[in-house]
Each structure stands twice: as structure tokens, then as C-alpha cells.
Design a protein around this ligand. Structure first.
Ligand code: 4AD
Ligand code: MG
Length: 462
């Protein structure tokens, strides 16, 4: 008999039929005559109720059926008399694949804290909360590919190992096969990276953008979607050392096209999740944050505010609010500033543009004023920065002089500069932090709870 997933069990034609289901026991309760097993197979937040008539099974058979045990059940699907589900299975046979000793199984009890579950990341996906989060994460990933594919963007795979620091922030993880106990040295005493695996100093990438620009200036419109790595030592609820980023890059796009794309893109993802993850979002709304659905719908209803950095600074300075980090033109905004603008001043997402050039990356298009660049950060309620992007400097000479001004080693950049030498075009792009999107859509408050196996300073256990 073919196995049926619990997500598909509500089909009318199955009523009265014998069905075969498999899953893990969430709870078992009952009395001397009848027992009820809540079975979950991960396909949905909803459990299937298995009704066990004790006239057909003896105690010995039921003993190993404890929370966490894995079962194969066959039986008749009937309309449920009880509350909370529309159908249930009256068990004919129960096979236990694997037991879960109640004295040892850490997910035995309900109501563990998220902190406790983080210590048990290898098993936390068996809980309702993390089941919901990771199903939503999947649907968002799928929505992202669909969004770009439907608009003619090509998915470009950019390298994870790189010799250049795309963001110029310097917080990279080194990749080497050299023996740290016995490093080869040049005559002047430096480590001789010409004897390393790639013949040069290499790291894990912080962004696929630079290679993405090569793709965009050939294929027209591309996006990347892959892991990125940052060795910044920030232990915050919004930073990971390994996170996933989506980076579209489009030839002939200026910053306004880029903002339109970013806004359409995020709204599409949020709408997709509301339509395809209804049960899971409802669950999270009920359990953690009963303003979640309202907040998600709120983002869809209004256009994002578009505002220059300089005006944003004015609003913050005249807000009368005392911030932990004082505001002055030229400072990088902290999440407290971003959230003030979004949550309190405007009450909707804000796209902040035209930042001071010295707090942004070298590749951004320079404005006429000589002080600002055509950057655009999308700021979200609860999250702060969710997207960072810009129009790119496409003028060879201007880009060169900026690279020199910042003392960026030229020899690592020649291939990037070729895009400006041969058929250069105006172009733009941005990066969406995937986990920050998942944070927003699930309403979770810590980024460690929306990636299956978080990598943060001091933490790479599972
Ligand atoms: O603003 P960032 O650093 O921009 C770039 O990397 C550009 N190359 C993107 C581009 O224009 N193609 O990062 C983009 C986004 C941020 O807005 C944030 O959502 C996320 O990536 N992000 C992080 N997410 C989790 N943990 C971290 N440590 C993150 N750093 C950035
Ligand atoms: Mg940024």
C-alpha cells in the first residue's frame, strides 16, 4: 500500500479507505479502552490522530510508543468525532521503526525555550515551531527562484572561494591548505602564499556581487543565491558568520529601477508566504507574536518610503529621541536608528538612498556632489536593514580613482575593471539577506532560529 503524507490526508476520496502513514509520535494519551496518538510526519504542522482500540492491541505492543518514536500505521480513515481535526485513522497495524527512550529523548516535554532548543539544534526540527520555520524557509527559497525565473533572470553560480574582498570590509575567513605549524616563508619573512593551494591568499566569499556583475554585463540580468561568510565578531540577533544571500544584478538599470525591483521582490516573497504557508504562519502568529500576520499584510498594502540619507539624518536629529549611538551626518546608521525611521516615524518600510561615500563600498556610483553615492538600503520593521544595494560606478576612470583612494590592491581587481573597459553599461543590483527575510516572515526574533545549523562566533557544533 502506498504511503500517504499527512498534508494530503484530508482528501474526501480517502474517507472509509485503508491508508498507510508514517511519522513520529508527538503525544500519546487515552484510557484503558482507547489510546490516541498524535502523529507528525513533517509535511505539515498538523498532526494526524491515530485511534488505537485496546481490544485489538495489547499493552506490550503499545509500550514503545512514546514521544519521539517513529511509526508505520495502517488503518481506516474516518471522519473525526473529536475536536481539532477533521479526520483520524483507526489503527489496524502499528509497526515501530525506532523507539525514543523517554528518559533520554530531549524533546520529550512540550514548551522548551528557544534557547534550550538551540543547544539541541540536531533535534529541534522535530518541534512544531522549527517545523513551521523551516517549511516557510523552503517556500521562500522556492518563491525567490520563481520570481526571478518568471522575469527572465538567470541563476548564476558564483564562487565561494575567492581572492578578492568584495565589500572591502576585511572580515573574511581564510581558506588554506598550508600547515599553520610550518608555514613557508619568503626571504623577507612573510608567509609565502604562492605555495598555498591556489598559489595566492584566498578566503570564503563575503558576496557574489563582483562575479555577478560579470554575469549581468553579459547575460543582462542575473541573480545569485548562495552562502556567504563574514568573520565579523558580532554576536547580535541579526548576524550570522554563514548566511545565505540573494544578489540580483541588472544591466541598464539605474537606482530607481533597482528600488522598484527590490520592492516588488520583497512584496512578492511576503505574499507568496502568506498564500503558501498559511497553517505555519497562523501557528507562529498564535504562539509567538499575534501581530505577525498584520505586519506581513501591512508591508503589502503601502508603497515603501524612499528617502535620502541626508533627510533621514535630519529626521533622526530632530526626533527628540535619545539614541545609544548619537546621530551626525556621516555616521553609519545603527539598527536603533533604522527601526526608529521605519517603526515610529513612517510606520512602513523605508528605502534609504544616497549615503556618504565613506561608509559604503568602493563600487557604488558616485553622485555629482562628490560626497554621496547611489546606495540604497531597504529598512524593515523589526529587522532594520534587510537589503543593501546600489547603482554601480560604470565609469572606468572614476572607479579607478576610488580604488586608488582606498588603497585597494589593484592586482586582485583587474578582471573586475575589465567590465568597465569593454562595453561598460550603467547597471545596478542589491543583496537580500535570506535569513533576515525569513526572520521577518516568521516573526522569530533571533536569526539563529531561522537557519537549520547556525554559525556564529564560538558555535559550529552541529
Ligand atoms: O549590505 P551588504 O553587506 O551588501 C552586499 O554584500 C552587497 N555586495 C550586495 C549587493 O549589492 N549585491 O549585505 C547585503 C545583505 C544585508 O542587507 C543583510 O540583509 C545581509 O545581507 N547580511 C547579513 N545577514 C546575516 N548575517 C550577516 N552577518 C549579514 N551581513 C549582511
Ligand atoms: Mg549593508
Amino acid at each position: 500500500m502506498e504511503r500517504i503524507k499527512i498534508v494530503d490526508i484530508n482528501a474526501p476520496e480517502l474517507l472509509g479507505q485503508t491508508v498507510s502513514v508514517m511519522g513520529w509520535v508527538r503525544t500519546r494519551r487515552g484510557n484503558k479502552n482507547v489510546q490516541f496518538i498524535a502523529l507528525n510526519d513533517g509535511s505539515t504542522i498538523n498532526n494526524l490522530q491515530v485511534v488505537v482500540d485496546l481490544a485489538k492491541f495489547d499493552d506490550e505492543q503499545l509500550k514503545p510508543i512514546t514521544t519521539g518514536a517513529s511509526l508505520h500505521v495502517t488503518g481506516t480513515l474516518v471522519a473525526s468525532q473529536g475536536k481539532g481535526q477533521s479526520v483520524e485513522v483507526q489503527a489496524d497495524t502499528i509497526h515501530v521503526f525506532g523507539t525514543a527512550d523517554p528518559d533520554e529523548f530531549p524533546m520529550q516535554k512540550k514548551g522548551h525555550t528557544l534557547e534550550f532548543l538551540r543547544e539541541k539544534a540536531h533535534l529541534r526540527m522535530r518541534t512544531n515551531t522549527f517545523g513551521a520555520v523551516f517549511r516557510i524557509r523552503h517556500h521562500l527559497a522556492f518563491a525567490i527562484h520563481k520570481f526571478f525565473n518568471d522575469r527572465g533572470f538567470f541563476y548564476l553560480h558564483t564562487p565561494l572561494i575567492t581572492a578578492s574582498d568584495a565589500e572591502g570590509a576585511g572580515d573574511m575567513f581564510q581558506v588554506t591548505t598550508l600547515d599553520p605549524e610550518d608555514l613557508p616563508r619568503t626571504d623577507d619573512g612573510h608567509v609565502d602564499y604562492s605555495r598555498d593551494f591556489f598559489g595566492k591568499h584566498t578566503s570564503l566569499t563575503v558576496s557574489g556581487q563582483l562575479e555577478g556583475e560579470l554575469g549581468a554585463t553579459a547575460l543582462g540580468a542575473i541573480y545569485t543565491f548562495g552562502p556567504t561568510f563574514r568573520a565579523e565578531n558580532s554576536n547580535t540577533p541579526r548576524h550570522l558568520a554563514e548566511f545565505w544571500m540573494i544578489e540580483p544584478e541588472v544591466a541598464f538599470f539605474d537606482i530607481h529601477d533597482n528600488m522598484d525591483l527590490a520592492e516588488d521582490f520583497i512584496k512578492y516573497c511576503v505574499r507568496y508566504a502568506l498564500e503558501h504557508c498559511h497553517d505555519d504562519i497562523e501557528f507562529l502568529n498564535k504562539m509567538y507574536d499575534n501581530t505577525l500576520i498584520e505586519r506581513l499584510q501591512g508591508v503589502l498594502q503601502q508603497p515603501f518610503v524612499r528617502l535620502a540619507y541626508t533627510e533621514g539624518i535630519e529626521i533622526l536629529k530632530t526626533s527628540g529621541r535619545k539614541f545609544e549611538f548619537p546621530v551626525e551626518w556621516g555616521v553609519d546608521l545603527q539598527s536603533e536608528h533604522e527601526r526608529y525611521l521605519v517603526e515610529e516615524h513612517f510606520g512602513r518600510p523605508v528605502i534609504l538612498t544616497d549615503y556618504p561615500r565613506d561608509i559604503k563600498a568602493f563600487y557604488m556610483k558616485q553622485n555629482e556632489d562628490g560626497k554621496t553615492v547611489r546606495a540604497m538600503d531597504v529598512l524593515f520593521p523589526q529587522i532594520g536593514e534587510i537589503i543593501g544595494g546600489s547603482e554601480r560606478e560604470e565609469n572606468y576612470d572614476k572607479l579607478m580613482s576610488e580604488i586608488e583612494r582606498r588603497h585597494i590592491p589593484m592586482k586582485d581587481m583587474w578582471w573586475y575593471l575589465d567590465t568597465r573597459k569593454f562595453g561598460t553599461v550603467p547597471h545596478s543590483g542589491f543583496g537580500l539577506g535570506f535569513e533576515r527575510l525569513v526572520l521577518f516572515v516568521t516573526g522569530m526574533s533571533n536569526i539563529r532560529d531561522v537557519i537549520p545549523f547556525p554559525r556564529t562566533p564560538g558555535n559550529a557544533e552541529f
